[in-house]
Design a protein around this ligand. Structure first.
Ligand SMILES: Nc1nc2c(ncn2[C@@H]2O[C@H](COP(=O)(O)OP(=O)(O)OP(=O)(O)O)[C@@H](O)[C@H]2O)c(=O)[nH]1
Ligand SMILES: [Mg+2]
Ligand SMILES: [Zn+2]
Length: 369
């Protein structure tokens, strides 16, 4: 995302905020009920009653501006006079998938006057760790894409996506691409794949093993995407764009893997909303290096690792972290292989992230005689 563009926008909004404060003061003086209303969030308010506004959907965002589809024509738009809300926490006030009202200003140009309330949000923590970065909004399902071997399947990353998907009000589908490489994969990768399937299928997550090389699962993928809005997310090089090309004959650029690490080369650079030929939409996104769940809380972990619950009841301490405490039901179940060690490792990393490693060291010291 172009930094300069957003700095300009911020400058614009600071002017706009002053005006809106003035308006609010005026409203307070004249009508009490109006004052209360203006305290509400922007997206809870109805759209402005202006017959010149046209409804459209954001398809891409770049340094040039926001691309909005208005009845099949792409308009390049600016943000105007809105997005005061949650400015402090949100890195980007508008995202691919947003439904907006646009005031056309020239042929194929316009300004966005209103953003509709979002029914779902896929977001992450931005690089500074302090702001929420929207990846895509108003989508039904997240196609959490990984590959078997190159890059290696990473259950811990999948768990992060699963948590973000649930928090953001979407359905997850796990895609394991490059399944054509299963036969040639080292024994430990085959074992990881089997253990992964066993643990995550038992939890009820839909998993699709797929390949753009031999065509495995492509028809199935097309059928689950039909008439839905889906977003492809995952590391660079797992084959998100390749899958879209294979399923819908798109012509998206595909990157090479780096020879040493078998990681991707960040070929897709901006998220883009594409209509599907048989109905529905999809969003191809740039591959991520790491994924921090925005506003990750302990309750999220309890909800996500719900298979721990029956065993957690047996822990001696009601606030047991299941990491180092004695008489821990979860640890016992883990030792008896009733719980998946893949899932437990994920849990451990995420809890450390919430509490900080210091907390774990502190707890350890408390436990030691
Ligand atoms: N063996 C195998 N290779 C694949 C498969 N699908 C994609 N690839 C290869 O994986 C590499 C990366 O594919 P991309 O589609 O560019 O990956 P991406 O996830 O879109 O990557 P970014 O855009 O960088 O996030 C390319 O070299 C593809 O040819 C597959 O099913 N099997
Ligand atoms: Mg790509
Ligand atoms: Zn415990």
């Amino acid at each position: 995302m172009n930094e300069r563009y957003f700095h300009e926008e911020e400058h614009f909004h600071s002017r706009d905020r002053k005006q809106s404060r003035k308006d609010r003061r005026h409203a307070q003086e004249t009508d009490r009920s109006k004052f209360k209303k203006s305290d509400m969030k922007q997206d809870d308010e109805p759209p402005p009653d202006d017959p010149n506004l046209r409804r459209g959907r954001v398809t891409a965002i770049s340094g040039e501006g926001v691309r909005v589809d208005l009845d099949g024509t792409e308009f390049l738009c600016t943000l105007k006079g809105l997005m005061k809300k949650e400015k402090m926490q949100l890195k980007n006030p508008i995202a691919v998938g947003d439904f907006v009202r646009v005031l056309p200003t020239a042929e194929s140009e316009g300004s966005i006057a209103y953003i509709e309330k979002r029914f779902s949000i896929l977001s992450r923590t931005d690089i500074s760790g302090k702001q929420e970065q929207l990846i895509a909004v108003n989508i039904d399902q997240v196609l959490i894409t990984s590959s078997l071997l190159q890059p290696l399947l990473k259950p811990a990353l999948i768990d992060r996506y699963l948590i973000a998907t649930e928090k953001g009000n979407m359905h997850p589908v796990i895609l394991i691409n490059k399944i054509d490489q299963l036969d040639e994969a080292p024994q430990e990768v085959k074992q990881l794949y089997r253990d992964f399937l066993e643990a995550y299928e038992r939890l009820g997550y839909p998993i699709l093993s797929i390949s753009t090389v031999d065509g495995t699962g492509i028809d199935h993928l097309r059928s689950i995407m039909k008439n839905k809005a889906s977003v492809f997310s995952g590391q660079s090089g797992v084959g998100k764009s390749s899958l879209l090309n294979a399923a819908f004959q798109f012509d998206l650029p595909i990157g090479d893997l780096t020879q040493k690490t078998y990681k991707g080369s960040h070929t897709t650079t901006t998220a883009r909303l594409l209509p599907l030929p048989d109905g529905g939409f999809c969003i191809d996104t740039p591959g991520i290096r790491s994924f921090g769940v925005w506003n990750l809380q302990k309750e999220d972990l309890t909800r996500h690792f719900r298979e721990f619950e029956p065993y957690a009841h047996k822990c001696r301490y009601p606030n047991c972290s299941h990491l180092i405490e004695p008489s821990c039901g979860v640890q016992e179940a883990l030792a008896k292989e009733k719980l998946s060690s893949i899932r437990f490792e994920s849990y451990q990393t995420l809890l450390d992230e919430i509490e900080g490693l210091d907390q774990r060291t502190k707890r350890k010291m408390e436990q030691e005689p």
